[in-house]
Structure formats: structure tokens, C-alpha cells
Write a protein that binds this ligand. Structure first.
Ligand SMILES: Cc1ncc(COP(=O)(O)O)c(C=O)c1O
Length: 377
């Protein structure tokens, strides 16, 4: 477990490393083996059998993420969506799921297509606790939360939502992709499961696809998750785990810079005459700034802006960006700008004049100058 006498940054700087007993190497080894030797008596002395059931480098990442998140276990997957699939397929047949109304669109698509005969769902504004209360049913198995939400950056009061979900006999899953354990610790607010797209901040360099699911208790739902992971086989590749472990060691400093860049860009945009609204929980005028301040250690590196003049105006701002790159995804070293409605699967509730920004590690002055010129008439 994360030692209580070191700070998170210290822990992150050394995450997943321990000098190799044989060579003294500080960086962890990358084990690509798919099969492992049995002892003459037929046992597996090192616990490893075959790569679908676990490999040393992937297990090192799983252990490191469990320590960081403060949970007993972790299952790593080939992508964040594979982790989402694992969490949902472990629910009882005919179960009901509550999604936030602006959930990451891939989760809605997964329930509409791959899992449409297994589960049914309602989309609810999780900032409205009465609406959540009304939507909970006896067969509700899971409430899915994402806070800040994607792409409107609404803030969910995790402790209040956990209480309501638990009273109704449902689990709470928090997608922690945007926050990582550095900015928000969902288990401390009652979450039962935490999901990460490792593709984003945890790896941090736009060169790894991966996912992880962590339980608060290693219960029978998580046993089904593990069984799905090892039997269906959507496992993480060892090379991806190795890159994710390398990325984790700089997560603390990267996020500090990304939060600071987001704060400065949000303040600049909030004053700009061509911007209708900035969605960023770090701005005091954000509806749920107080909740964000209470449950997050900082406000994150993501923000959205609504451009006056509609979709064409938003598209032309994105088209003129030079320092920001037009691309989807988030959490890398480079800042991204994205017209979100046109990438989400229809039907989407995302306003067509919304641009989502993922802040990278560039100098904030350069990012602000780029937006100034892109927004000029
Ligand atoms: C909040 C969130 N959750 C889950 C995912 C899915 O992750 P992946 O692309 O690694 O499958 C994404 C991807 O953009 C995301 O933004």
C-alpha cells in the first residue's frame, strides 16, 4: 500500500520501480513471455502460467495502480473501453444502469450495441440528486459517474451519489480518467469501482492504449471481472504496461503544469467577447465550484468553451489553431483542441458550438496567444 509517511509526488516519482535483484537496474524489466515453466511436480513456482492469465510487467502496473488508488486489486485491460466492458458484463442479466447524461459517449454506445440485450440504462443529470433518486429502481445494479463530466465539466457530488446508490442496493463506479488518483480519490467518497483509461493522463504521452478497473473490495463482482479478463482475454500488452509505468513516474509534475495551464487559459477565455461560456470547475462562477474544491485536489487539465456564432464559428476557431493540435483524446504532453459534437456518436447532447481543450505542457502564454489569434475576427 502507499506508505502513509511519503507524499503522493514522492510515491509517483518512484512508482513501479525497485532495483532489479539480479542486475541493479532501476527501470523495471519488460517481460514479453507468453508462457512460463512448470516445476517437475507440475506446479507453477512463480505463479505465472500463460500470458492471458497475467504477466509480470502487467502485474507490476496493476499493483502500482492499486497502491496509488488505495484499493486491494486492479485488472488491466487492452483499452479503457475493454475495462468498461468488463465492469458492465459482470452485472446481472437484465440489470439496470444509470449513466450521467453527458457520459463519455463510448460507454453509451457500448450499452446500445454490444450489451443491449444484457443491460438497460437511463441517462440522468447526476448534479440533480432528486433526479437520481427518482431514477433508481430495485433492479439498478450500477450508477456510473464521471466528474468532471465529458465534455461539459459538470461536477458530481460523489459522497451524496454513493449514499443514494448504496441505499438502493446499487454499486457506484467512478470513471477517474480525467482526474487520476492525484486529483481525486473516489474510494474515499464511497465509490465501489474506479475505472481508468490508461491511454490518457496515466500514460501521458499519446502513445499507449490501455485501461484499468479497480474495486474497493475484492468481491464476487470483481471475481467475474477477473474471469472475463483471463477467459475472454482483452488483456493489456506488456509493452503498453511498461510505457504506462514510465508515464506514471512523471504524472505528478505533468498534472501540476496541466492544471496551471487550464486555470490560466480558462481565465483568459472567460473574459473573451467571442466566448459564450467556459466550462471549467476551477472558475469560481462554475455552478459546482464548491463541490469540486471539496473533493478534488486541483481542477484538472480539461476545459470546454462555447463559441458565439454556432458550429461554423467553433469549427473556424479550431481550424485556425496553430499551437493546439486538432485531435481527439486527452492527457498527453501536447495541447489538443476538438470539436466534440462531430466525433460523438449520434444522438449527442453536446452543443455544436463546443470546443474541448486538453491542456498539454506548453508555455501557457503561447497557448493563450494561439487562442487569441484563433478567436480574432
Ligand atoms: C472519460 C473516458 N473514459 C473512458 C474512455 C475510453 O478509453 P479508451 O479510449 O482507452 O478505450 C475515454 C476515452 O476517450 C474517456 O475519455
Amino acid at each position: 500500500m502507499r506508505s502513509t509517511d511519503t507524499n503522493l509526488d514522492t510515491h509517483l516519482a518512484q512508482a513501479g520501480t525497485s532495483p532489479d535483484a539480479e542486475t541493479g537496474a532501476l527501470a523495471p524489466p519488460l517481460h514479453r513471455a507468453t508462457t512460463f515453466e512448470r516445476a517437475p511436480d507440475g506446479s507453477y513456482p512463480n505463479d505465472y502460467v500463460y500470458a492471458r492469465q497475467g504477466t509480470p510487467t502487467v502485474r507490476r502496473l496493476e499493483t502500482t495502480l492499486a497502491e496509488l488508488e488505495g484499493g486491494p486489486a486492479c485488472a488491466a485491460f487492452a483499452s479503457g473501453m475493454a475495462a468498461a466492458h468488463a465492469a458492465l458484463q459482470g452485472l446481472p442479466f437484465g440489470g439496470h444502469v444509470i449513466l450521467p447524461d453527458d457520459v463519455y459517449y463510448g460507454v453509451r454506445e457500448l450499452l446500445d450495441t454490444v450489451l443491449d440485450e444484457h443491460l438497460h440504462y437511463d441517462a440522468v443529470d447526476l448534479t440533480d440528486l432528486d433526479a437520481l433518486d427518482a431514477a433508481l429502481r430495485p433492479e439498478t445494479a450500477l450508477v456510473w459517474a464521471e466528474t468532471p463530466s465529458n465534455p461539459l465539466l459538470k461536477i458530481t457530488d460523489l459522497a451524496a451519489v454513493a449514499d443514494l446508490a448504496h441505499e438502493a442496493g446499487a454499486r457506484l463506479l467512478v470513471d477517474g480518467t480525467w482526474t487520476t488518483p492525484v486529483l481525486q480519490r473516489p474510494f474515499e467518497y464511497g465509490a465501489d469501482l474506479v475505472l481508468h483509461s490508461v491511454t490518457k493522463y496515466l500514460s501521458g504521452h499519446s502513445d499507449v492504449l490501455g485501461g484499468a478497473l479497480l474495486p474497493r473490495t475484492d468481491d464476487e463482482h470483481f471475481e467475474r471481472v477477473r474471469s472475463f479478463q483471463q477467459t475472454a482475454g482483452p488483456v493489456m500488452d506488456p509493452a503498453a504496461a511498461w510505457l504506462a509505468l514510465r508515464g506514471l513516474r512523471t504524472l505528478g509534475v505533468r498534472l501540476k503544469r496541466q492544471c496551471e495551464n487550464a486555470r490560466r487559459v480558462a481565465r483568459f477565455l472567460a473574459e473573451h467577447e467571442r466566448v459564450e461560456r467556459v466550462c471549467y470547475p476551477g472558475l469560481p462562477e462554475h455552478d459546482d465550484h464548491a463541490i469540486a474544491e471539496r473533493q478534488m485536489s486541483d481542477f484538472g487539465g480539461m476545459l470546454s468553451l462555447l463559441v458565439k456564432g454556432g458550429e461554423d464559428a467553433a469549427m473556424s476557431v479550431a481550424a485556425r489553431a496553430e499551437v493546439f493540435t486538432r485531435a481527439t483524446s486527452l492527457g498527453g504532453t501536447e495541447s489538443l483542441i476538438e470539436h466534440r459534437a462531430s466525433i460523438e456518436a449520434p444522438p449527442t447532447a453536446t452543443p455544436d458550438h463546443l470546443l474541448r481543450l486538453s491542456m498539454g505542457l506548453e508555455d501557457a502564454d503561447d497557448l493563450i496567444e494561439d487562442l487569441r489569434q484563433a478567436l480574432s475576427d
